[in-house]
Design a binder for this molecule. Structure first.
Ligand SMILES: NC(=O)c1ccc[n+]([C@@H]2O[C@H](COP(=O)([O-])OP(=O)(O)OC[C@H]3O[C@@H](n4cnc5c(N)ncnc54)[C@H](OP(=O)(O)O)[C@@H]3O)[C@@H](O)[C@H]2O)c1
Length: 341
């Protein structure tokens, strides 16, 4: 494993971050794995040298944080591991997430969002579920449009100063919004965001327009979510018949089926598969290598089997020529914005 600093901070993170959304309870989403099935995968990640783990309060209605805390206590030293979580969405098993068509609970006042009250409550609830007394990277999962940016940034700064959080991060939003929040933090002497967790992969490259150049210029770490387009880039998802996928997630991940699965997206997979075969690596390895070539700090990988982690780690040593990058990027056709609130 190799390690790098998280943006401009002194914090050292592995070049691969393990996304914990896959672990929790299948009651939340059918492809999510329970504790017993998850344990060997997370253990293998630690054995590979991964020290960076990303969860969120809303995954599996809180159960993902519970398992994350438990696994990291079993396999890691707290002072060496980097534990990232998120706040914004309702923490409720009935809430399936952003673009999902599945049932959502009635949104009751203060059960979600980023008000000062909500952030103070949510950070304590996350600490309790995680079974730790601080979070290394506390991220806003989305931007709450109903709370002022000043209120959000001051509340986040206060949880840092209270010793509950070490660094702050943000996730999908428009670049102008992110730039404005950073400016508000700086002009008030509050803690700015150290990282941006955005939606970026070979099948979704809209972030190259504004957010990625902004983060690179400002020294903000890029830690993209769904680096394989929720498994779509692996090459085992089928055009036409969405039920014909080879894995539980391929068959049932309706978010992936809504986001990708266009003819031009399958052409991206064809180009990826062709070059991967030529280079003797898997689609997944090459898709992660491309992200690293584009300057990301650490892709947040999802893994349902241990071999998938080996293929992620292998990406760190894959070199790409300009010609190869051009081949991978050629079939891409722009998408509408996907993954904001
Ligand atoms: N901030 C946000 O809004 C946001 C949104 C989404 C995700 N996330 C974060 O990002 C993490 C990763 O998201 P994701 O799970 O959607 O990421 P992903 O890496 O795009 O997809 C992971 C899926 O790809 C398949 N896969 C992985 N490696 C493979 C390999 N070597 N060969 C074949 N298939 C492979 C597996 O599905 P199969 O089971 O089908 O094999 C796995 O579940 C999450 O855990 C979460 O921490 C954040």
């Amino acid at each position: 494993m190799r390690y790098t600093r998280l943006g401009s901070t002194g914090l050292k993170v592995s070049r691969i971050c393990l996304g914990m959304m896959t672990y929790g309870t299948p009651q939340w989403r059918p492809w999510v794995m329970d504790e017993e099935a998850s344990r060997p995968v997370v253990k293998h990640a630690v054995e590979l040298g991964i020290n960076f783990f990303d969860t969120a309060d809303m995954y599996s209605g809180g159960e993902c944080e519970v398992l994350t805390g438990k696994f990291l206590r079993e396999f890691c030293k707290r002072e060496e591991v980097v534990l990232a979580t998120k706040v914004y969405y309702p923490v409720d098993l009935g809430f399936k997430g952003g673009a999902s068509a599945a049932a959502k609970p009635d949104r009751r006042p203060n059960m979600d969002g980023l008000s000062r009250k909500r952030i103070f409550h949510a950070v304590d609830a996350s600490l309790k579920r995680l079974g730790t007394d601080y979070i290394d990277l506390y991220q806003i999962h989305r931007l709450d449009q109903e709370t002022s940016m000043e209120e959000i940034m001051e509340a986040l700064h206060d949880v840092v100063k209270a010793g509950k959080v070490r660094y702050l991060g943000a996730s999908s939003m428009y670049a102008w919004q992110f730039a404005k929040m950073q400016q508000i933090a700086r002009s008030n002497g509050w803690t700015p965001f150290a990282s941006m967790q955005n939606h970026y992969n070979l099948a979704y490259r809209e972030e190259e327009r504004e957010m990625i150049p902004l983060c690179r210029d400002q020294g903000v770490a890029l830690i993209p979510w769904s680096p394989l387009a929720r498994g779509f880039l692996a090459g085992n998802r089928k055009a036409g018949d969405k039920d014909a996928g080879e894995t539980s997630r391929a068959k049932t991940d309706d978010i992936a089926q809504n986001y990708y699965y266009r003819d031009s997206d399958f052409k991206v997979v064809e180009a990826l598969s062709a070059l991967a075969a030529q280079k003797g690596v898997s689609n997944a390895t090459l898709a992660y290598a491309w992200l690293m070539h584009k300057g990301v700090t650490a892709p947040i990988v999802g893994a349902s089997k241990t071999y998938q982690l080996d293929q992620a780690a292998a990406a760190i040593d894959v070199q790409l020529s300009q010609d190869e990058v051009a081949k991978l990027e050629a079939p891409y056709e722009p998408h509408p914005v996907l993954g904001h609130v």
